[in-house]
Ligand binder design. Structure first.
Ligand SMILES: *Cc1c(COP(=O)(O)O)cnc(C)c1O
Length: 290
Protein backbone atom coordinates (compact mmCIF):
# COMPACT_ATOMS: atom_id res chain seq x y z
CA UNK A 1 0.00 0.00 0.00
CA UNK A 2 1.39 3.39 -1.01
CA UNK A 3 1.68 6.40 1.28
CA UNK A 4 -1.28 8.74 0.86
CA UNK A 5 -0.36 11.98 -0.95
CA UNK A 6 -0.25 15.47 0.59
CA UNK A 7 -2.13 18.41 -0.97
CA UNK A 8 -1.78 22.12 -0.28
CA UNK A 9 -4.87 24.29 0.22
CA UNK A 10 -5.61 27.91 1.10
CA UNK A 11 -8.25 28.79 3.64
CA UNK A 12 -8.94 32.30 4.96
CA UNK A 13 -5.57 33.44 3.62
CA UNK A 14 -3.64 30.68 5.36
CA UNK A 15 -1.77 27.83 3.76
CA UNK A 16 -2.49 24.30 5.00
CA UNK A 17 -1.27 20.86 4.03
CA UNK A 18 -3.76 17.99 3.87
CA UNK A 19 -2.80 14.32 4.17
CA UNK A 20 -5.16 12.64 1.73
CA UNK A 21 -6.23 9.56 3.64
CA UNK A 22 -9.62 10.09 2.00
CA UNK A 23 -8.27 8.73 -1.28
CA UNK A 24 -7.71 5.10 -0.31
CA UNK A 25 -11.17 3.68 -1.00
CA UNK A 26 -14.69 5.12 -1.23
CA UNK A 27 -15.86 3.11 1.82
CA UNK A 28 -12.75 2.13 3.72
CA UNK A 29 -10.80 5.35 4.00
CA UNK A 30 -9.60 8.05 6.36
CA UNK A 31 -8.91 7.12 9.95
CA UNK A 32 -11.07 3.98 9.61
CA UNK A 33 -8.54 2.74 7.09
CA UNK A 34 -5.76 3.47 9.60
CA UNK A 35 -7.59 2.00 12.60
CA UNK A 36 -8.47 -1.18 10.73
CA UNK A 37 -4.93 -1.55 9.33
CA UNK A 38 -4.18 -4.68 11.38
CA UNK A 39 -7.49 -6.30 10.35
CA UNK A 40 -6.88 -5.42 6.70
CA UNK A 41 -3.63 -7.34 6.98
CA UNK A 42 -5.17 -10.27 8.89
CA UNK A 43 -5.34 -13.49 6.84
CA UNK A 44 -8.86 -14.26 5.61
CA UNK A 45 -9.09 -17.63 7.36
CA UNK A 46 -8.48 -16.08 10.81
CA UNK A 47 -12.13 -15.09 11.28
CA UNK A 48 -15.51 -16.07 9.91
CA UNK A 49 -17.53 -13.28 11.49
CA UNK A 50 -17.11 -9.71 12.71
CA UNK A 51 -19.65 -8.15 15.03
CA UNK A 52 -20.00 -4.50 15.92
CA UNK A 53 -22.59 -2.00 17.09
CA UNK A 54 -23.32 1.73 17.16
CA UNK A 55 -24.88 4.44 15.02
CA UNK A 56 -26.82 3.69 11.86
CA UNK A 57 -24.95 6.20 9.73
CA UNK A 58 -21.56 5.45 11.24
CA UNK A 59 -18.49 5.61 9.02
CA UNK A 60 -16.94 2.78 11.02
CA UNK A 61 -19.93 0.58 10.18
CA UNK A 62 -19.47 1.22 6.47
CA UNK A 63 -15.71 0.63 6.66
CA UNK A 64 -16.25 -2.67 8.47
CA UNK A 65 -18.88 -3.72 5.91
CA UNK A 66 -16.41 -3.04 3.08
CA UNK A 67 -13.62 -4.87 4.93
CA UNK A 68 -15.81 -7.94 5.60
CA UNK A 69 -16.95 -8.07 2.00
CA UNK A 70 -13.37 -8.07 0.75
CA UNK A 71 -12.40 -10.77 3.29
CA UNK A 72 -15.51 -12.92 2.84
CA UNK A 73 -16.35 -12.50 6.54
CA UNK A 74 -19.91 -12.24 7.81
CA UNK A 75 -20.67 -8.85 9.31
CA UNK A 76 -23.35 -8.49 11.96
CA UNK A 77 -24.16 -4.98 13.17
CA UNK A 78 -26.41 -4.12 16.12
CA UNK A 79 -28.19 -0.79 16.56
CA UNK A 80 -31.11 0.67 18.44
CA UNK A 81 -34.40 0.52 16.49
CA UNK A 82 -34.49 2.54 13.26
CA UNK A 83 -37.26 4.87 12.19
CA UNK A 84 -39.27 4.04 9.04
CA UNK A 85 -37.62 7.01 7.33
CA UNK A 86 -34.12 5.71 8.11
CA UNK A 87 -35.01 2.26 6.83
CA UNK A 88 -36.36 3.48 3.53
CA UNK A 89 -33.48 5.89 2.78
CA UNK A 90 -31.95 5.07 -0.60
CA UNK A 91 -28.41 6.44 -0.28
CA UNK A 92 -26.07 6.97 2.62
CA UNK A 93 -23.86 4.80 4.79
CA UNK A 94 -26.60 2.49 6.07
CA UNK A 95 -27.98 1.65 2.63
CA UNK A 96 -24.45 1.22 1.27
CA UNK A 97 -23.43 -1.08 4.13
CA UNK A 98 -26.49 -3.28 3.51
CA UNK A 99 -25.50 -3.50 -0.16
CA UNK A 100 -22.06 -4.69 0.97
CA UNK A 101 -23.72 -7.59 2.80
CA UNK A 102 -24.07 -6.23 6.35
CA UNK A 103 -26.62 -8.07 8.49
CA UNK A 104 -28.43 -5.54 10.61
CA UNK A 105 -30.13 -6.38 13.89
CA UNK A 106 -32.16 -3.91 15.95
CA UNK A 107 -32.09 -4.11 19.73
CA UNK A 108 -34.86 -2.50 21.78
CA UNK A 109 -33.82 0.68 23.58
CA UNK A 110 -34.43 -0.76 27.03
CA UNK A 111 -32.28 -3.81 26.38
CA UNK A 112 -29.54 -2.16 24.34
CA UNK A 113 -26.89 -1.50 27.01
CA UNK A 114 -27.08 -4.91 28.54
CA UNK A 115 -27.14 -6.60 25.17
CA UNK A 116 -24.05 -4.75 23.96
CA UNK A 117 -22.21 -5.64 27.17
CA UNK A 118 -23.09 -9.30 26.56
CA UNK A 119 -21.56 -9.23 23.06
CA UNK A 120 -18.12 -9.63 24.63
CA UNK A 121 -19.16 -13.17 25.55
CA UNK A 122 -20.20 -13.90 21.97
CA UNK A 123 -16.56 -13.65 20.91
CA UNK A 124 -14.72 -16.87 20.16
CA UNK A 125 -11.75 -17.97 18.10
CA UNK A 126 -13.46 -17.14 14.79
CA UNK A 127 -15.80 -14.31 15.82
CA UNK A 128 -14.34 -10.90 16.58
CA UNK A 129 -16.10 -8.03 18.30
CA UNK A 130 -15.07 -4.56 17.12
CA UNK A 131 -16.13 -1.86 19.57
CA UNK A 132 -18.12 1.18 18.46
CA UNK A 133 -16.19 3.43 16.12
CA UNK A 134 -13.38 0.87 15.72
CA UNK A 135 -11.95 1.86 19.11
CA UNK A 136 -9.54 -0.96 19.76
CA UNK A 137 -5.94 -1.36 20.91
CA UNK A 138 -4.99 -2.91 17.54
CA UNK A 139 -5.68 0.51 15.99
CA UNK A 140 -2.23 1.59 17.19
CA UNK A 141 -0.48 -0.23 14.33
CA UNK A 142 -2.20 1.75 11.56
CA UNK A 143 -1.58 5.08 13.27
CA UNK A 144 2.09 4.23 13.70
CA UNK A 145 2.18 3.72 9.94
CA UNK A 146 0.54 7.14 9.48
CA UNK A 147 3.14 8.72 11.80
CA UNK A 148 5.96 7.20 9.72
CA UNK A 149 4.42 8.58 6.53
CA UNK A 150 4.13 12.06 8.07
CA UNK A 151 7.73 12.01 9.29
CA UNK A 152 9.02 10.80 5.91
CA UNK A 153 7.01 13.33 3.92
CA UNK A 154 8.19 16.22 6.09
CA UNK A 155 11.82 15.23 5.74
CA UNK A 156 11.92 14.16 2.10
CA UNK A 157 9.70 16.92 0.69
CA UNK A 158 10.95 19.57 3.13
CA UNK A 159 7.40 20.56 4.03
CA UNK A 160 7.21 23.38 6.57
CA UNK A 161 4.36 22.09 8.77
CA UNK A 162 5.14 22.06 12.49
CA UNK A 163 2.04 20.34 13.83
CA UNK A 164 -0.75 18.06 12.67
CA UNK A 165 -4.51 18.06 13.29
CA UNK A 166 -7.35 15.58 13.10
CA UNK A 167 -10.86 15.59 14.60
CA UNK A 168 -11.97 13.16 17.33
CA UNK A 169 -14.96 10.95 17.93
CA UNK A 170 -13.75 8.23 20.27
CA UNK A 171 -10.32 9.90 20.23
CA UNK A 172 -8.61 6.65 19.22
CA UNK A 173 -6.99 8.11 16.09
CA UNK A 174 -5.70 11.32 17.68
CA UNK A 175 -4.44 9.45 20.74
CA UNK A 176 -2.41 6.83 18.88
CA UNK A 177 -1.16 9.38 16.36
CA UNK A 178 0.10 11.65 19.16
CA UNK A 179 1.77 8.69 20.82
CA UNK A 180 3.50 7.66 17.60
CA UNK A 181 4.54 11.22 16.67
CA UNK A 182 6.01 12.66 19.90
CA UNK A 183 8.09 15.27 18.08
CA UNK A 184 5.02 17.17 16.83
CA UNK A 185 1.95 18.72 18.38
CA UNK A 186 -1.24 16.85 17.47
CA UNK A 187 -4.33 19.06 17.61
CA UNK A 188 -7.78 17.60 17.93
CA UNK A 189 -11.24 18.66 19.05
CA UNK A 190 -14.12 16.64 20.51
CA UNK A 191 -17.08 16.05 18.18
CA UNK A 192 -19.05 13.96 20.67
CA UNK A 193 -19.40 15.57 24.11
CA UNK A 194 -16.79 17.94 25.55
CA UNK A 195 -13.04 17.74 26.30
CA UNK A 196 -13.63 16.06 29.65
CA UNK A 197 -15.59 13.28 27.95
CA UNK A 198 -12.95 12.91 25.25
CA UNK A 199 -10.18 12.65 27.84
CA UNK A 200 -12.19 10.04 29.70
CA UNK A 201 -12.46 7.95 26.51
CA UNK A 202 -8.76 8.37 25.80
CA UNK A 203 -7.77 7.28 29.29
CA UNK A 204 -8.95 3.77 28.39
CA UNK A 205 -6.13 3.67 25.84
CA UNK A 206 -3.36 4.82 28.17
CA UNK A 207 -1.71 7.93 29.55
CA UNK A 208 -2.52 11.05 27.52
CA UNK A 209 0.53 11.96 25.40
CA UNK A 210 1.87 15.44 26.35
CA UNK A 211 1.94 16.58 22.68
CA UNK A 212 -1.81 15.99 22.27
CA UNK A 213 -3.64 19.34 22.26
CA UNK A 214 -7.41 19.38 22.65
CA UNK A 215 -9.02 22.54 21.26
CA UNK A 216 -12.43 23.46 22.63
CA UNK A 217 -15.10 25.80 21.30
CA UNK A 218 -16.88 28.30 23.51
CA UNK A 219 -20.18 27.26 21.94
CA UNK A 220 -21.48 23.76 22.59
CA UNK A 221 -22.19 21.73 19.45
CA UNK A 222 -24.15 18.50 19.58
CA UNK A 223 -22.87 15.63 17.50
CA UNK A 224 -24.40 15.16 14.06
CA UNK A 225 -26.69 18.19 14.31
CA UNK A 226 -26.65 20.69 11.45
CA UNK A 227 -25.29 24.13 12.45
CA UNK A 228 -25.17 27.31 10.43
CA UNK A 229 -21.50 27.83 11.47
CA UNK A 230 -20.58 24.40 10.09
CA UNK A 231 -22.35 25.17 6.86
CA UNK A 232 -20.41 28.44 6.49
CA UNK A 233 -17.03 26.81 7.03
CA UNK A 234 -18.12 23.89 4.83
CA UNK A 235 -18.78 26.34 2.02
CA UNK A 236 -15.23 27.71 2.30
CA UNK A 237 -13.81 24.19 2.49
CA UNK A 238 -15.66 23.19 -0.66
CA UNK A 239 -13.74 25.90 -2.54
CA UNK A 240 -10.41 24.24 -1.72
CA UNK A 241 -11.04 21.46 -4.24
CA UNK A 242 -11.01 18.79 -1.51
CA UNK A 243 -14.25 17.32 -0.17
CA UNK A 244 -14.31 17.08 3.63
CA UNK A 245 -16.85 15.26 5.81
CA UNK A 246 -19.68 17.34 7.29
CA UNK A 247 -19.72 15.77 10.77
CA UNK A 248 -16.20 16.09 12.13
CA UNK A 249 -14.22 18.36 9.82
CA UNK A 250 -16.16 21.66 10.20
CA UNK A 251 -15.54 22.03 13.93
CA UNK A 252 -11.89 20.98 13.65
CA UNK A 253 -11.26 23.58 10.94
CA UNK A 254 -13.12 26.24 12.93
CA UNK A 255 -10.91 25.58 15.95
CA UNK A 256 -7.72 25.56 13.87
CA UNK A 257 -8.56 28.88 12.24
CA UNK A 258 -9.50 30.43 15.58
CA UNK A 259 -6.86 29.03 17.90
CA UNK A 260 -3.69 28.14 15.99
CA UNK A 261 -1.08 30.06 14.04
CA UNK A 262 1.62 27.64 12.98
CA UNK A 263 1.93 25.77 9.69
CA UNK A 264 -0.30 22.68 9.89
CA UNK A 265 -0.87 19.33 8.27
CA UNK A 266 -4.54 18.32 8.47
CA UNK A 267 -5.05 14.56 8.44
CA UNK A 268 -8.15 13.98 6.31
CA UNK A 269 -10.21 11.54 8.37
CA UNK A 270 -12.41 10.36 5.48
CA UNK A 271 -16.15 10.01 6.02
CA UNK A 272 -17.18 11.78 2.85
CA UNK A 273 -19.70 9.01 2.06
CA UNK A 274 -21.83 10.29 4.94
CA UNK A 275 -22.27 13.71 3.32
CA UNK A 276 -25.25 12.63 1.26
CA UNK A 277 -27.47 12.11 4.31
CA UNK A 278 -26.06 15.20 6.07
CA UNK A 279 -26.85 17.38 3.05
CA UNK A 280 -30.47 16.24 3.23
CA UNK A 281 -30.59 17.28 6.87
CA UNK A 282 -29.03 20.68 6.16
CA UNK A 283 -31.52 21.19 3.36
CA UNK A 284 -34.39 20.35 5.69
CA UNK A 285 -33.21 22.58 8.53
CA UNK A 286 -31.95 25.66 6.68
CA UNK A 287 -33.51 25.28 3.24
CA UNK A 288 -30.02 25.15 1.79
CA UNK A 289 -29.23 23.34 -1.41
CA UNK A 290 -25.84 21.92 -2.28
C1 LIG B 1 -14.69 8.10 12.81
C2 LIG B 1 -14.34 9.44 12.36
C3 LIG B 1 -13.63 10.35 13.19
C4 LIG B 1 -13.32 10.05 14.62
O1 LIG B 1 -12.30 9.12 14.80
P1 LIG B 1 -11.92 8.60 16.25
O2 LIG B 1 -10.74 7.73 16.04
O3 LIG B 1 -13.10 7.80 16.74
O4 LIG B 1 -11.66 9.75 17.12
C5 LIG B 1 -13.26 11.57 12.64
N1 LIG B 1 -13.57 11.91 11.37
C6 LIG B 1 -14.27 11.08 10.57
C7 LIG B 1 -14.62 11.53 9.20
C8 LIG B 1 -14.67 9.82 11.04
O5 LIG B 1 -15.38 9.02 10.22
Amino acid sequence: MQDSPISKIFLEGREFYVKRDDLYDPYLSGNKFRKLHSLIHTPTQTYSTLISYGGTQSNAMLALAALCKSKGWEFIYYTKPLSKEQKSQQGGNFADALCLGMQHIEIEDGLYREFIASLRLAQNSTTLLVDQGGAMPQAREGLEQLAREIRNAKASKELPFEAVATPSGTGTSAFFLAEALPEMRVYTTPSVGDSAYLLEQMHYLGEIPPNLMILESSKKFHFAKPYREFYEIGKKLSQTGIVFDMLYAPKMWMMLLEQTQESLLYIHSGGVSGNETMQLRYAKKFGITF
